[in-house]
Design a protein around this ligand. Structure first.
Ligand SMILES: Nc1ncnc2c1ncn2[C@@H]1O[C@H](COP(=O)(O)OP(=O)(O)OP(=O)(O)O)[C@@H](O)[C@H]1O
Length: 127
Protein backbone atom coordinates (compact mmCIF):
# COMPACT_ATOMS: atom_id res chain seq x y z
CA UNK A 1 0.00 0.00 0.00
CA UNK A 2 1.08 3.60 -0.74
CA UNK A 3 2.49 5.40 2.36
CA UNK A 4 -0.07 7.91 3.66
CA UNK A 5 0.42 11.18 5.50
CA UNK A 6 0.08 11.04 9.30
CA UNK A 7 -3.46 11.87 10.35
CA UNK A 8 -5.00 12.06 13.83
CA UNK A 9 -8.40 11.09 12.36
CA UNK A 10 -6.94 7.95 10.80
CA UNK A 11 -5.30 7.04 14.15
CA UNK A 12 -8.62 7.54 15.98
CA UNK A 13 -10.35 5.46 13.30
CA UNK A 14 -7.97 2.56 14.03
CA UNK A 15 -9.11 2.66 17.69
CA UNK A 16 -12.68 2.31 16.41
CA UNK A 17 -11.64 -0.73 14.32
CA UNK A 18 -10.05 -2.28 17.42
CA UNK A 19 -13.26 -1.62 19.38
CA UNK A 20 -15.28 -3.25 16.55
CA UNK A 21 -12.94 -6.25 16.90
CA UNK A 22 -13.60 -6.35 20.66
CA UNK A 23 -17.38 -6.32 20.07
CA UNK A 24 -17.06 -9.13 17.51
CA UNK A 25 -14.84 -11.12 19.93
CA UNK A 26 -17.29 -10.82 22.85
CA UNK A 27 -20.37 -11.39 20.68
CA UNK A 28 -19.19 -14.52 18.88
CA UNK A 29 -16.64 -16.23 21.12
CA UNK A 30 -17.82 -18.10 24.20
CA UNK A 31 -14.21 -18.32 25.43
CA UNK A 32 -14.08 -14.51 25.41
CA UNK A 33 -16.90 -14.33 27.95
CA UNK A 34 -15.09 -16.89 30.13
CA UNK A 35 -11.88 -14.83 29.91
CA UNK A 36 -13.80 -11.69 30.88
CA UNK A 37 -15.38 -13.46 33.86
CA UNK A 38 -12.01 -14.76 35.13
CA UNK A 39 -10.34 -11.42 34.47
CA UNK A 40 -12.92 -9.70 36.66
CA UNK A 41 -12.58 -12.39 39.34
CA UNK A 42 -8.77 -12.09 39.37
CA UNK A 43 -8.87 -8.27 39.52
CA UNK A 44 -11.37 -8.28 42.41
CA UNK A 45 -9.31 -10.95 44.22
CA UNK A 46 -6.19 -8.85 43.60
CA UNK A 47 -7.78 -5.90 45.41
CA UNK A 48 -9.13 -8.15 48.16
CA UNK A 49 -5.71 -9.70 48.88
CA UNK A 50 -3.83 -6.39 48.39
CA UNK A 51 -1.38 -7.52 45.71
CA UNK A 52 1.92 -5.65 45.54
CA UNK A 53 3.18 -3.77 42.45
CA UNK A 54 5.18 -6.71 41.06
CA UNK A 55 2.27 -9.13 41.52
CA UNK A 56 -0.08 -6.72 39.70
CA UNK A 57 2.38 -6.39 36.78
CA UNK A 58 2.63 -10.18 36.47
CA UNK A 59 -1.18 -10.57 36.66
CA UNK A 60 -1.75 -7.85 34.03
CA UNK A 61 0.78 -9.56 31.70
CA UNK A 62 -0.88 -12.95 32.21
CA UNK A 63 -4.37 -11.56 31.51
CA UNK A 64 -3.15 -9.71 28.39
CA UNK A 65 -1.30 -12.76 27.01
CA UNK A 66 -4.39 -14.98 27.39
CA UNK A 67 -6.57 -12.38 25.60
CA UNK A 68 -3.99 -11.80 22.85
CA UNK A 69 -3.53 -15.52 22.10
CA UNK A 70 -7.31 -16.13 22.14
CA UNK A 71 -7.91 -13.17 19.79
CA UNK A 72 -5.15 -14.33 17.40
CA UNK A 73 -6.56 -17.87 17.56
CA UNK A 74 -10.01 -16.50 16.66
CA UNK A 75 -8.52 -14.55 13.72
CA UNK A 76 -6.68 -17.62 12.46
CA UNK A 77 -9.89 -19.71 12.74
CA UNK A 78 -11.86 -17.08 10.82
CA UNK A 79 -9.23 -16.87 8.04
CA UNK A 80 -9.12 -20.67 7.87
CA UNK A 81 -12.95 -20.89 7.64
CA UNK A 82 -12.93 -18.15 4.97
CA UNK A 83 -10.41 -19.90 2.72
CA UNK A 84 -11.65 -23.46 3.29
CA UNK A 85 -15.21 -24.51 4.09
CA UNK A 86 -14.59 -28.24 3.79
CA UNK A 87 -12.72 -30.73 5.99
CA UNK A 88 -8.99 -30.34 5.26
CA UNK A 89 -5.98 -31.88 7.03
CA UNK A 90 -3.82 -28.74 6.55
CA UNK A 91 -6.54 -26.51 8.05
CA UNK A 92 -6.79 -28.96 10.95
CA UNK A 93 -3.03 -28.61 11.65
CA UNK A 94 -3.22 -24.79 11.42
CA UNK A 95 -6.21 -24.59 13.80
CA UNK A 96 -4.72 -27.14 16.20
CA UNK A 97 -1.47 -25.13 16.44
CA UNK A 98 -3.43 -21.94 17.16
CA UNK A 99 -5.44 -23.81 19.81
CA UNK A 100 -2.17 -25.02 21.37
CA UNK A 101 -1.03 -21.40 21.77
CA UNK A 102 -4.25 -20.66 23.69
CA UNK A 103 -3.79 -23.74 25.87
CA UNK A 104 -0.19 -22.78 26.74
CA UNK A 105 -1.16 -19.22 27.66
CA UNK A 106 -4.13 -20.42 29.74
CA UNK A 107 -1.94 -22.95 31.61
CA UNK A 108 0.66 -20.23 32.22
CA UNK A 109 -2.06 -17.94 33.63
CA UNK A 110 -3.35 -20.72 35.91
CA UNK A 111 0.18 -21.44 37.24
CA UNK A 112 0.81 -17.72 37.83
CA UNK A 113 -2.59 -17.42 39.56
CA UNK A 114 -1.79 -20.35 41.83
CA UNK A 115 1.70 -19.06 42.70
CA UNK A 116 0.35 -15.62 43.59
CA UNK A 117 -3.04 -16.39 45.15
CA UNK A 118 -2.71 -19.85 46.73
CA UNK A 119 -0.38 -18.80 49.62
CA UNK A 120 -2.65 -15.79 50.30
CA UNK A 121 -5.82 -17.95 50.28
CA UNK A 122 -4.19 -20.54 52.58
CA UNK A 123 -3.01 -17.81 54.95
CA UNK A 124 -6.47 -16.20 54.95
CA UNK A 125 -8.09 -19.44 56.07
CA UNK A 126 -5.21 -20.33 58.48
CA UNK A 127 -4.11 -23.50 56.68
N1 LIG B 1 -11.94 -27.29 8.01
C1 LIG B 1 -11.46 -28.16 8.92
N2 LIG B 1 -10.79 -29.26 8.54
C2 LIG B 1 -10.28 -30.13 9.44
N3 LIG B 1 -10.39 -29.98 10.77
C3 LIG B 1 -11.03 -28.90 11.24
C4 LIG B 1 -11.61 -27.92 10.35
N4 LIG B 1 -12.19 -26.96 11.10
C5 LIG B 1 -11.99 -27.31 12.38
N5 LIG B 1 -11.28 -28.45 12.49
C6 LIG B 1 -10.88 -29.15 13.74
O1 LIG B 1 -11.78 -28.77 14.77
C7 LIG B 1 -11.07 -28.07 15.81
C8 LIG B 1 -11.94 -26.95 16.33
O2 LIG B 1 -12.09 -26.01 15.29
P1 LIG B 1 -13.16 -24.85 15.31
O3 LIG B 1 -12.96 -23.93 14.18
O4 LIG B 1 -14.52 -25.46 15.50
O5 LIG B 1 -12.71 -24.10 16.62
P2 LIG B 1 -13.61 -23.73 17.86
O6 LIG B 1 -14.38 -24.91 18.32
O7 LIG B 1 -14.28 -22.47 17.50
O8 LIG B 1 -12.41 -23.50 18.86
P3 LIG B 1 -12.40 -22.56 20.11
O9 LIG B 1 -12.22 -23.54 21.25
O10 LIG B 1 -11.19 -21.70 19.89
O11 LIG B 1 -13.69 -21.81 20.15
C9 LIG B 1 -9.74 -27.59 15.16
O12 LIG B 1 -8.71 -27.45 16.12
C10 LIG B 1 -9.49 -28.72 14.18
O13 LIG B 1 -8.87 -29.82 14.83
Amino acid sequence: MKPQKFSITARLQSFKYAFDGFKEFIKTEHNARLHLFFTLLVILSGFYFGLNKTEWIIIVFAIAIVFITEILNTSIEKIADFICTTENSKIKKIKDLAALAVLISALMAIVIGLIIFLPKILQQFNF
